[in-house]
Design a protein around this ligand. Structure first.
Ligand code: HEC
Length: 136
């Protein structure tokens, strides 16, 4: 191989090595994982509490009355087309639809901590179910 080509090869290999190092995931310990899991479960518990609470609405109705243990919420099928909204939506928008309609409440901001908690709770109840976006 000509010297010129060897240099080119060297540069390519060196670049890949540098990129490879920078793409490596951060290191973390078992203690980190335990803490992150505990934080997640705290948010799931907040979602579970909201699920049984009439505070999201104005008419005394709670999510759990129609969706006990998050039944029939199918978070794994989102984003999908929902006829109620006439377009492809995220599950948060359907959560808001139920807050507005069956609960006659005010919609939540999509990044409201209560919205994250509701979503964390329904996803937790459906853990292990394969993603199936778009499915009806
Ligand atoms: C009075 C009964 C009732 C209550 C209370 C209720 N829902 Fe629903 N929910 C429905 C109905 C009806 C649908 C529509 C099913 C459909 O067309 O997909 C639905 C659909 C959903 C879906 C989408 C399900 C799917 O298969 O795509 C989610 C998510 C959801 N509700 C969350 C909530 C949340 C969160 C609350 C509380 C804020 C709530 N629901 C309260 C009746 C209810």
């Amino acid at each position: 191989m000509a010297k010129k080509h060897l240099w080119a090869l060297f540069i390519v290999v060196a670049t890949l090595a540098v990129v490879g190092v920078s793409l490596q995931a951060d290191e973390f310990t078992d203690t980190d994982v335990e803490r992150w899991q505990a934080e997640y479960m705290t948010v799931v518990a907040e979602g579970r509490a909201l699920w049984g609470s009439p505070d999201l609405g104005t008419n005394g109705v709670a999510c759990g009355q129609c969706h006990p243990n998050a039944a029939n919420t199918h978070p794994e099928t989102y984003p999908k087309f929902q006829k109620q909204l006439g377009r492809v939506i995220a599950v948060r928008e359907m959560i808001n639809w139920c807050i507005m309609n069956p609960l006659e409440g005010e919609t939540l901001e999509l990044d409201d901590p209560r919205m994250i908690a509701l979503e964390a709770y329904i996803a937790y109840e459906r853990r292990g179910v394969a993603l199936d976006p778009g499915k009806h």
